[in-house]
Design a protein around this ligand. Structure first.
Ligand SMILES: *Cc1c(COP(=O)(O)O)cnc(C)c1O
Length: 481
């Protein structure tokens, strides 16, 4: 038996490279990443998928080892290339991500050191860092020291965590769920409706409040509808305000909404996944100030703070509300938390237990560059959207959905004859296939619109000028064909 143990040990030891081997692995990875980063400005924003089956052999897992060069080659050619190049400065679709390199270093450190960050006891330093980071975010949105939060994997999970906290806080028996009313608009992100469903609230009533001509919730209608629902013996419960809608980047009037909601003791959730970080911009701050009165807020640093996908934030005005819903119960096989009033274990604030040390991927870039640089980059994005909008106004037959409030411009070309929806869909396809910039589409009142969403820190004036050129080239091409 001892012989066997030693033999297995010898094989298992291959899992631990020595410093020379580590250096050589890192060098290969770094070479690829350097070439990736250096070509971001010139590489295409879109690559069609590769023929099915092309990489099947390279992807299959084998009992024996393969070398890092061929593994990286597969990743480089077959895995990363096809699809949308979201890290590219020409990527102006959906809500762009960016992928700060410094954040990747945070991931690298987190994964290599592999602290267990679910409990304060196991990683007091990590809990401290994440607590300070969350408190900084609380300060940004105007929350006090009673607030708390959790770093989630993204905005959808943040919305879910908040909705469950709101459900638990109201403490409504499940047989009454069908009487609960949620107030939202046609522009609310679909992840909110999905979160309600997975929170067991499919039977609750979704009350879609009308929007104004800028696609913002009408707070007067909100008040009227709450009154009527109360008379019907329904239970008005939750208002979801969107600070930066996906379609048009519109900001619901949060001050008026919290005003209405508080007179009926409703929970206000502010979905600020896209728009929240613009609170760092002086010109936008005023519009977002009242978010401090919302009961819960979703932010998405993997959008507005440019870090790679995998980090959302949920904040609650009272940390207790998160704890009420997620408190870690003592279990026999796990240690005690050793929490303090200020430093709460992540496991007591979210559904997760073991998880990635997400705080580092945000904390390192913020420390390394300082917050002012992030403000500057976001200010630039706001102005780039205004510039794009101003230039569109000079073009003929362009209909603009509404004046941009943040960094999204939603517009369509109106051909003098023929089907406008088809024309705009073709415009989208043509611009996509040329691969110099990527715009996305949406529908507003059954009409197909194009969207220019600018949020990558790498996107600068020349990319926006190029987008305008690409748009005009595509329009001319389609009008001729
Ligand atoms: C992006 C977004 C979400 C979803 O966030 P993920 O990070 O993609 O899960 C929710 N709401 C709004 C307004 C968003 O922009």
């Amino acid at each position: 038996m001892l012989g066997k143990i030693r033999r297995y040990q010898q094989l298992a030891q291959k899992l631990e490279p020595n410093s020379h081997q580590r250096e050589s692995l890192l060098k290969t990875v770094d070479q690829y990443l350097n070439s990736f980063q250096n070509s971001l400005g010139t590489s295409s924003t879109y690559h069609p998928d590769l023929p099915a089956g092309r990489n099947k052999e390279a992807l299959c897992i084998k009992p024996f080892p393969e070398n890092i060069e061929s593994i990286i080659e597969t990743i480089q050619n077959d895995i990363i290339v096809p699809g949308l190049n979201i890290a590219s400065p020409g990527f102006l679709g959906f809500i762009p991500g960016s992928g700060l390199y410094a954040a990747a270093l945070g991931d690298y450190i987190a994964a290599t050191t592999n602290r267990f960050v679910g409990f304060r006891f196991t990683a007091p330093g990590a809990t401290r860092l994440e607590t300070e980071l969350i408190q900084w975010l609380c300060g940004l949105v105007g929350y006090t020291k009673y607030a708390g939060g959790n770093l989630s994997s993204g905005g959808s999970l943040a919305n879910f965590i908040a909705i469950v906290a709101a459900r638990e806080h109201f403490n409504i028996p499940s047989q009454d769920y069908y009487r609960l009313v949620i107030y939202l608009t046609s522009q609310t992100h679909h992840s909110v409706i999905k979160a309600l469903r997975i929170a067991g609230l499919s039977d609750a009533y979704l009350h879609f409040i009308p929007v104004d001509d800028h696609f913002r919730m009408d707070p007067v209608a909100l008040r009227q509808e709450i009154k009527i629902d109360k008379q019907k013996r329904l239970i008005p419960w939750l208002v979801v305000a969107t600070l930066g809608t996906t379609n048009t980047g519109s900001v619901d009037p949060i001050a008026e909404i919290v005003d209405v909601a508080s007179s009926y003791q409703l929970w206000v959730h502010a979905d600020a996944a896209y728009g929240g970080c613009f609170i760092l911009c002086k010109s936008i701050k005023k519009k977002l100030l009242a978010v401090a009165k919302a009961d819960s807020i979703t932010l998405d640093p993997h959008k507005g703070l440019f870090i790679p996908f995998g980090l959302g934030v949920v904040l609650t005005r009272e940390k207790e509300h998160l704890k009420q819903a997620y408190l870690y119960d003592d279990v026999d096989y796990l240690p005690e938390l050793h929490d303090t009033a200020y430093e709460t274990s992540a496991a007591s604030l979210s559904p997760e237990l073991s998880r990635h040390f997400r705080g580092l991927r945000l904390w390192i870039p913020l420390k390394l560059y300082g917050v002012n640089i992030f403000s500057a980059a976001l200010n630039e994005k706001i102005l780039l959207a205004r510039f794009f909008y101003n230039e569109l106004l000079k073009l003929e037959n362009i209909e603009i959905a509404c004046k941009p409030e943040l960094s999204i411009v939603t517009f369509r070309y109106c051909p003098t004859h023929g089907n406008a929806n088809r024309f705009n869909t073709q415009l989208f396809e043509l611009i996509k296939r040329r691969g110099r910039v990527f715009l996305s589409t949406t529908r507003l009142n059954q009409k197909v619109f194009l969207r220019m969403a600018c949020l990558n820190f790498r996107t600068h004036l020349e990319n926006i000028v190029l987008a305008l050129e690409e748009l005009q080239t595509a329009i001319r091409f389609l009008l001729k064909s």
